[in-house]
Structures are given as structure tokens and as C-alpha cells.
Design a protein around this ligand. Sequence first.
Ligand SMILES: Cc1cc2nc3c(=O)[nH]c(=O)nc-3n(C[C@H](O)[C@H](O)[C@H](O)COP(=O)(O)OP(=O)(O)OC[C@H]3O[C@@H](n4cnc5c(N)ncnc54)[C@H](O)[C@@H]3O)c2cc1C
Length: 422
Amino acid sequence: MTVSAEPKHADIDVLIAGAGVVGLACAWAALKEGLTVTVVDRDFEGDRTSHGNAGGIAVTESTPLSAPGLLFKAAKWLMDPLGPLSLRVAHVPQALPWFLAFNKVSRPEHFRRISYALASLNNRVYDDFLPMIEDIGGSGSLYRRGAITVYETDKAYQADQHEWQFKRDLGVQWRELSKAELHDLEPGLAPVFERGVFLDQWSHIGDPKRLVTQLRERVRALGANFIQQPIASIDASKEHPQAVLANGTRLPATRIVVATGAWSEALAKSVGDRVLLDSERGYNSTLPHPNVQLSREIIFAERKFVATPLDIGLRIGGAAEFAGLNAPPNYKRSDALLSLAKRFLPGVNDAGAVRWMGHRPATPDSLPVIGASPRNPGVLYAFGHGHLGLTQSATTGALIADLLKRRTPRVNLQPFSISRFG
Ligand SMILES: Cc1cc2nc3c(=O)[nH]c(=O)nc-3n(C[C@H](O)[C@H](O)[C@H](O)COP(=O)(O)OP(=O)(O)OC[C@H]3O[C@@H](n4cnc5c(N)ncnc54)[C@H](O)[C@@H]3O)c2cc1C
């Protein structure tokens, strides 16, 4: 990747910090509006969260993680060292304010408010995602075959009924599947599931890394300037904010979009804005020759993991580990998920499995941060998408384009404001 010469002041109309799927979608949308765009990333082709995710266009996931009653379940999960949730002891002091806020928003009134805000994004995802994926040449690897949530026990299915019914109010279409219907649709699953929920609106892509590469190449072809450097801070004290690179170079721009995923807290802080953002680390394994046929993504309700039939193999992933941005990965988590998968996918072949860990940019209320800084309207935020960064990427790009063009945003952005963190 070539490092471009530092552009002159007037050259940069829009500077996008971060070239994950969210930053690139913002760059794509801005370029389509005819704006001049510079993208800055410390490592354009390096491994990042957007490369290794489960590939789900999970538009039905419109309820937050912090739900009424979750705390009791979370306490149980924390007892299991390789369970779906873990918190490393060394990270507790840093994570405490995040978890206190997470607990606070589990109250029913917050749960409903947050769900409607999430639905306002998720319900328009295809309006924004389809034009983008078509333009980058990726439509052929968008699989619109739905997804199925599977339940081992009727008791667990009944326990989730309240949420499934509420999801209908949010615009989610679902239908119950009997054991026999489930077997007809997905004969590769072990016959241990009592119920299924078919989610017609869900889809998945063939390879998240390929999508990022296609998007990056398209953004470059549309005329974006790429600068490969870490950004140390953002100086928002002047009318035109400046990205201050680690090498000391200052890049003034009319507008700066902060889309640095799980690393965005430090940049927001340099602007003077407070945010609660933590890395919710997730793990997976990709099996290149799985020897098991699945037609669509499967969500294992009680065990909290998913299996996605990607073009590059079967990806088995999940887990939520809070250990910060710098602790080394604990790939025993990938292995634990794979062991579960072996129980539920008879005959699965794990030869050549590739293990991976990524940093979900997680806010306590599961809502991304999208909108202008109250300190300087020239700084726009686009981060914190947690489990849904791929899903909401194009919609975030479209909303940032609305703001860059000074149009009324197509979605009410008030719930996503950074001001909510005080
Ligand atoms: C196991 C797992 C499964 C997932 N499954 C799904 C799924 O099925 N569907 C879905 O929608 N989402 C899923 N997600 C979530 C999704 O992957 C993320 O929300 C999304 O990738 C975040 O994208 P991003 O562009 O904000 O961040 P990233 O992809 O992390 O990109 C951030 C970029 O910023 C750059 N950067 C950071 N700091 C600096 C700096 N100071 N200077 C310069 N550059 C910087 C980094 O190099 C990086 O390129 C999953 C996540 C995980 C971990």
C-alpha cells in the first residue's frame, strides 16, 4: 500500500479515519455524493474485525444485549471459564463503568426504547446495502436464504416467546418450525432440536474479508486518497478539525469521520467527547472442508453461537470476552465453540480449521454512535456497532452522507448521539 503525500489544506473535504467495513461504507457513500475523500488507516490490509466476522446480515437482531433478567444468566455464564461470556480479572477496573451502564439499560423501558432505535436502522438495511454491494461487484455472494434459530428444548423456546412476540412489533418476520420442518430444511443438523424459528429477512455474505477488499478497491477506484498511518489524536479546537498522525503530520479537513471501530474511544476523548466503548472480543473457527451441508446461517439459541456456510468454508463462532484491546487471544474459546459444533453437526470435518479473534466495538446500550460531535460539528462519529457492524455498515454510510450533504438524515439520529454518555 503506497503512502500518499500529505494533501494541502483545501484538498481534504472529508477525511475518514478507519478503513473497516464501516469507514469504507462511509467513504463509498461520500464519494457517490461527489465529495473528495481521504481515508486514513494504520494498516489497510491488516486483519481487523470486519475481516473475520460471521458474515450475517442480521437485520432481525433489533433487541439489545442488555435485556431484563440478563444479569442472572450472565452470572451463570461467568462461572464457566469457556462459556459464552467472560470478563478477565485484570480488565475489571477499566470495564466497571461500562458494566454499570449495561446493567442500567436492562430496565424494560430502556429495552423498548433501544429496540425501536435499532429497528430504525435494521429495517432499512437492504435499501442501503443492496446498492453498495451491487456497485462493488459483490451481489453474487449475498445469499438471501434466511437464517434459523434452533432450540434444543421447548422450555427455552417458550422462555423466549415474549421477545419473539415483541420482535413482530419491531418489524421482524418469523415463523415457528417444528422438529420435522427443521429437519427437512437443514438435514445436516443433529436431530436434537425441538423447535426452530425461521428468519426470512436475514441473509449472509460469502466472505466478509472479500467484501472489505472489494469495497476498498471500489473506494480507491472512485477517487479516494489513501494514507497509511496511525492517527494519534484529533484536534477539534479549530473550525476545521485536524487529524494528528503518529508521525506528527497534521491533516486539516472540512469534516472528519471517526470510524475506527473498537479503537474509537481514544480519538473521541481527544476531541473532548466521553463515550463508553469496550472491545467485546469474539472468536471463531473456519472449516475449509466441513463435510456438512448447511443452506443458511444457524443460530444456536441456548449455546449462544452461530454457524455460517461461507464460500470459504463453514464458520463457527460466537463468545463475548471482555479483556481489553491488548490482551492476547485465548483460542481455547474458538476450540470450545468447535467442540459444541461437533455435537450438533454430525460428521463435521475440522481439518485445517483457521482460528480467529476480533474486537466488536461495543457500547453498553448496543446502539452505535452516529452523528456530529457536540464540540465541533466538523467531527462526525460512526462507530460502536457491536454485533452488527457489517449489517449496519451501508446504512451508517448513507446517514453520514446525509450529514455531510447537510440533509435531514433518513433516520432520527438522536438515539445514536455521543451526547448520551454525558
Ligand atoms: C466473532 C464476531 C462475529 C461477528 N459477526 C457479525 C455478523 O455476522 N454480522 C455483523 O453485522 N457483524 C458481525 N460482527 C461485528 C462486526 O464485525 C463489527 O461490528 C464490524 O466489523 C466493525 O467494523 P468497523 O469498521 O467499525 O471496525 P474495524 O473493522 O475494527 O475497523 C476499524 C479500522 O480502524 C483502524 N484504526 C483503528 N484505530 C486507528 C488509528 N488510531 N489510526 C488509524 N487507523 C485506526 C483499524 O486498523 C481498522 O482498519 C462480528 C464480530 C465478531 C468479533
